[in-house]
Design a protein around this ligand. Structure first.
Ligand code: R1P
Ligand code: GUN
Length: 228
């Protein structure tokens, strides 16, 4: 039987090489990673004692081609906790394979990261949302995944995880509750919501009919990312 070559271009060894290189260049051992979406790179400025690497200087790392994505990996401390921030991410519409788009997540895992916080600039579908509101993702719809565009397709390397991962609790309930509680304490409840995020491929924004369809399917926001 012929099986087409769908092998991963970001093998365990490639991810390990990048992870080992980073660990050899920094004294930080972060347990928390934050991915900064469009216009959110400034979040990394909250870190103290920063150490930054340009993506093009990191072995195997893709580079950013979209404006508003600086292309730097920034290590530092936030309230005394070691963190790593991605100032810029990669998108399928840039021409990257899903292996490359999700490559940093695998590298972070090998570096010892346990919690990842992803942020993005997405389009609101829910009539109750206003421009600039914040939505905490409680669940997602991976639309390209339904059509066979999925980063976990291909041979599975058990060192990264199981063949059939469960997704019924993909977003930590504890962290979501913490975010909502803090929003309430700060008086932000009127513009901080929880909802369902839908990934599409892009790069065109949705037609009116597509936006209506995605909302009917249960999505509150839509975007081209959050594979990373
Ligand atoms: O999701 P982030 O990276 O924030 O970027 C979002 O913003 C850009 C469109 O304005 C697209 O790249 C879209 O995915
Ligand atoms: N798909 C999609 N992605 C976005 N990113 C920012 N705004 C939008 C939008 O309206 N649709």
């Amino acid at each position: 039987m012929h099986i087409s070559d769908n092998s991963c271009c970001c093998s365990f060894d490639e991810c390990k090489r990048t992870s080992d290189w980073l660990l050899s260049q920094t004294r930080y051992r972060p347990k928390i990673a934050v991915v900064c979406g469009s216009g959110l790179g400034l979040l990394a400025e909250y870190l103290t004692s920063k150490q930054a690497f340009r993506y093009e200087d990191i072995p195997n790392f893709p580079v950013c081609t979209v404006s508003g994505h600086e292309g730097r990996l920034v290590f530092g401390k936030l309230n005394d906790k070691s963190c790593v921030f991605m100032q810029g991410r990669f998108h399928l519409y840039e021409g990257y394979s899903l292996c490359k788009v999700t490559f940093p997540v695998r590298v972070f895992k090998l570096m010892g990261v346990e919690t990842i916080i992803v942020t993005n600039a997405s389009g609101g579908l829910c009539q109750d949302f206003k421009v600039g509101d914040i939505m905490i993702i409680k669940d997602h719809i991976n639309l390209p995944g339904f059509a066979g565009q999925h980063p976990l397709c291909g041979p599975n390397d058990e060192r990264f995880g199981v063949r059939f991962p469960t997704m019924s609790d993909a977003y930590s309930e504890d962290l979501r509750k913490l975010a909502l509680d803090i929003s309430s304490e700060l008086g932000y409840s009127s513009f901080v919501h929880e909802g369902v995020y839908c990934m599409v491929c892009g790069p065109n924004f949705e037609t009116v009919a597509e936006a209506r369809l995605l909302h009917k399917l249960g999505s509150d926001t839509v975007d081209y990312t959050d594979w990373t």
